[in-house]
Design a protein around this ligand. Structure first.
Ligand code: AMP
Length: 584
C-alpha cells in the first residue's frame, strides 16, 4: 500500500473495481475469448479446428472439443522436451506450474507466461482487500502466514516446473509486497527443509505475538499440522525464547541469519507466558491465547479442506475462519465477497476477466454424488448458469488451455450483479483426500487390483473393499477395509502379517506423485489395511437400505462418508496392518 494513501479510499476503489467487473461479466467474457482467439488461433493445436481460418466465437464453440489434460499432454510434453511453445500458445513460457492433480503418476504441467503471472496476482490481492475491509484495524499489524516451498523440477528443455506458490514466494513481487507484512522472514519460507522452516516460522510468530492480527496458510490443512508441530516443540521453542539461542539443529544458513535478527536476547518473561498457555490441559482456543490480537484466520477451507474446519474452530476459540478465494494451477476462478459467512456456506464470485469460462451441467442423484451424465456438447456460458444447478467448470486461457475440464463440480448459489456465485461441491471422482492429495476412484481401484494379486496364490479372495480418510489423528492416513475369504469357501483365511503389509506397500507404491511426496514428508502417515470378516459388508448394505438406499444398488461405496458406516465395518475387523514400518 502506498504510504499516506487513505485505506478507506483503497477499499472503495476495490469495491468499485468489483462492481465494474461483475456488472460487465458478459462483455468481459466475450473480450477474453476474442483476445485468446486472436493471439492463439494460429497455433498448431488450435488452427486445425478452424479450417477456413475463421476463428470466431461460433466456430470455437462448434469445432473446438472439450478436453482433459490427457488430450493436451502430448503438446505439453513436446514443449517440455524443447519444441517451441508456439505449437500451443503465442507467448513465451517462463516456466510450468505443477498442479496437485496428476497424470500417470506425474504432476500435471501447466504453462505460465509473464503476463499470466501478473494477472494471477490480481485475484488474491482483491480477495485480501475485501477481507481486510470487513475487520476493523486489520490493515495494521502483522500476518502469521505459514508458507512453505516444495522442490522444483526441471524439464529436459531447461524450463522449471514448480508449484505456483513456490514460484511466487521466490519473486520480487512477494519480497517487496506481502512478505513485508509477514512475521516469517523470507529466508525461513524459502528453506527447503520443511521442519526447520516450520520451527523458525513458529518461533518468529511467537516472538512477535503482540503484533499478529491475522493467521493463515494457502490451504487449511497446514494449520492443524502447525499446531501439532507446536504441541511437539513448544518446550524447545520456549527454551529458545528464554535463552535467546536458536536450537543447533537449525542448520540452514538463511534461517540462522534471519533468526539472528529477531531472536536477539533472552526473554524469560515471554517464555514463561507461552509455557503457561501451552501447559494448559486443553488446547481449545490456543491460537487466541498465544496471539491475542488475531482478528481472523484466512485459509482455503472449502472442498476437501472442509474436514479441517472443526479442528480450526477448536484451536481458534471463536476467531472467524475466512476462505479467501478459489483458484487452481490452470486459472483463477473467483473470490469470497462475504468473508464473514460461515466456512460451510462460503461461495465464490467468479471474476469474468481472468479466463473464458463454460459450464457443463451435472446431474445429481439422490445420494448427492455427481453422476457422469454431463451433457458434454451443451456447456453454458458464465452469465447463463441457473441458480441451484450443478456444473463442472471448463476453462479457456491465454496459456494454451482450450475448453479444458478442470474436474471441479460447483453449485450456483447466487449472483453478484451479472457474475454467478458458486459453492465448491466436489472434485470429480476424488474419493480420498488428505492435505493436497486427491486420490480418485480409479487410482484406488487400480492400486487395490495390483495389491490383491499377492493374495491369489494363497487362495485368498478379496470380495469387497472400501476406504476412508482418517484425519482424527495428525498426520492423517488412508484406511482400507478389505473383506477376504478363501476361494470356494466362506472361511476366513489365515492372515500373514508380512504379506498383508506387502499389500499396504503395493497400494502406496501405486498411488501418485503427490501422495508419495506427502507421505515422504510425513504429512500423510502409513496406510492402514483393516481386514473384515465375511458378511461385514452385507451389514453395511443393510444399513444403507435402512437409510433409504435401493436394494438393487448392491455396490458399496469405494469411500465411506459416515461415521456410522466406518463403525459397522470396524465391528467386523479381524486384523489390522500398516505399511508405516516398511515404506519410505
Ligand atoms: P492445484 O491445481 O494443485 O492448485 O489444485 C487446484 C484444485 O484445488 C482445484 O481444482 C480445486 O479442486 C481445489 N481448490 C482450489 N481452491 C479451492 C477452494 N477455494 N475450495 C475448494 N477447493 C479448492
Amino acid at each position: 500500500m502506498d504510504g499516506g494513501t487513505d485505506i478507506k479510499e483503497i477499499y472503495e476503489n476495490v469495491m468499485n473495481i468489483l462492481e465494474d467487473l461483475t456488472s460487465n461479466a458478459h462483455k468481459l467474457q466475450e473480450q477474453v475469448l476474442e483476445e485468446i482467439l486472436k493471439s492463439n488461433a494460429g497455433t498448431e493445436y488450435l488452427s486445425r479446428f478452424f479450417p477456413n481460418g475463421q476463428a470466431d466465437k461460433q466456430s470455437f464453440k462448434t469445432n473446438v472439443p472439450i478436453i482433459t489434460y490427457e488430450d493436451i499432454k502430448p503438446y505439453i510434453d513436446r514443449i517440455a522436451n524443447g519444441e517451441t511453445p508456439s505449437i500451443l500458445l503465442a507467448y513465451r513460457i517462463t516456466q510450468f506450474i505443477q498442479s496437485s492433480g496428476t497424470s500417470g503418476g506425474q504432476p500435471k504441467l501447466i504453462p505460465m507466461t509473464a503476463e499470466s503471472f501478473e494477472k494471477r496476482m490480481y485475484e488474491p490481492l482483491l480477495a485480501d482487500l475485501v477481507i481486510k475491509r470487513c475487520f476493523n484495524g486489520s490493515d495494521e499489524g502483522k500476518s502469521l502466514y505459514l508458507y512453505f516451498i516444495k522442490p522444483e523440477m526441471e524439464t529436459p528443455s531447461g524450463l522449471v516446473a514448480s508449484l505456483y506458490t513456490t514460484f511466487y514466494f521466490k519473486t520480487k513481487s512477494f519480497k517487496t509486497g506481502l512478505a513485508k507484512f509477514c512475521t516469517s522472514p523470507i529466508e525461513t519460507i524459502l528453506c527447503s527443509d520443511n521442519k526447520q522452516s516450520m520451527f523458525c516460522q513458529l518461533l518468529t510468530g511467537l516472538l512477535q505475538r503482540d503484533e499478529v492480527v491475522r493467521m493463515g496458510s494457502s490451504f487449511a490443512s497446514v494449520l492443524p499440522r502447525s499446531i501439532k508441530f507446536l504441541d511437539d516443540y513448544w518446550k524447545e521453542l520456549c527454551s529458545n525464547i528464554r535463552t535467546g539461542y536458536l536450537s543447533d539443529w537449525i542448520t540452514d544458513a538463511g534461517c540462522r541469519n534471519a533468526m539472528s535478527l529477531i531472536l536477539t536476547r533472552p526473554n524469560p518473561e515471554m517464555a514463561d507466558l507461552i509455557q503457561q498457555i501451552c501447559e494448559d490441559k486443553s488446547w481449545e482456543g490456543i491460537i487466541k491465547k498465544l496471539w491475542p490480537k488475531i482478528k481472523y484466520i484466512t485459509s482455503i477451507c472449502t472442498g476437501s479442506m472442509s474436514q479441517y474446519i472443526p479442528l480450526l474452530e477448536f484451536y481458534g476459540g471463536g476467531i472467524p475462519l475466512v476462505s479467501p478465494n478459489y483458484s487452481s494451477s490452470e486459472a483463477c476462478f473467483g473470490i469470497n465477497l462475504k468473508p464473514l459467512s460461515k466456512p460451510f456456506d462460503v461461495s465464490y464470485t467468479f471474476l469474468p476477466n481472468t479466463a473464458y469460462f463454460e459450464f457443463l451441467p451435472v446431474n445429481k442423484d439422490g445420494g448427492g454424488k455427481a453422476q457422469d451424465t454431463r451433457t458434454i456438447d451443451k456447456p453454458v456460458d458464465l452469465v447463463n448458469v441457473k441458480l441451484g444447478q450443478y456444473y463442472e467448470v471448463v476453462v479457456t486461457t491465454l496459456t494454451g488451455l482450450y475448453r479444458y475440464r478442470i474436474g471441479d463440480v460447483l453449485k450456483v448459489t447466487g449472483f453478484y450483479n451479472k457474475s454467478p456465485q458458486f459453492q465448491f461441491v466436489e472434485r470429480q471422482n476424488v474419493v480420498l483426500s488428505i492435505d493436497l492429495d486427491k486420490t480418485t476412484e480409479e487410482d484406488l481401484s487400480k492400486a487395490i487390483m495390483k495389491a490383491k494379486i499377492v493374495l491369489e496364490p494363497l487362495g485368498i479372495m478379496l470380495t469387497t473393499y472400501s476406504s476412508y480418510a482418517d484425519t482424527s489423528l495428525m498426520p492423517g492416513r488412508y484406511v482400507l477395509f478389505w473383506e477376504l475369504k478363501m476361494k470356494g469357501r466362506n472361511d476366513l483365511p489365515k492372515l500373514d502379517a508380512e504379506i498383508m503389509e506387502q499389500c499396504c506397500c503395493i497400494v502406496e507404491e501405486s498411488f501418485d506423485f503427490t501422495y508419495k511426496s506427502l507421505r515422504k514428508g510425513g504429512i500423510i502417515s502409513g496406510l492402514e489395511l483393516r481386514v473384515v470378516k465375511h458378511g461385514t459388508f452385507d451389514q453395511l448394505m443393510d444399513y444403507y437400505v435402512s437409510k433409504g438406499a435401493s436394494i438393487t444398488q448392491s455396490k458399496p461405496p469405494s469411500c465411506l462418508k459416515s461415521k456410522e458406516a466406518v463403525k459397522i465395518l470396524n465391528s467386523g475387523m479381524v486384523g489390522k496392518f500398516s505399511s508405516s514400518k516398511t515404506m519410505f
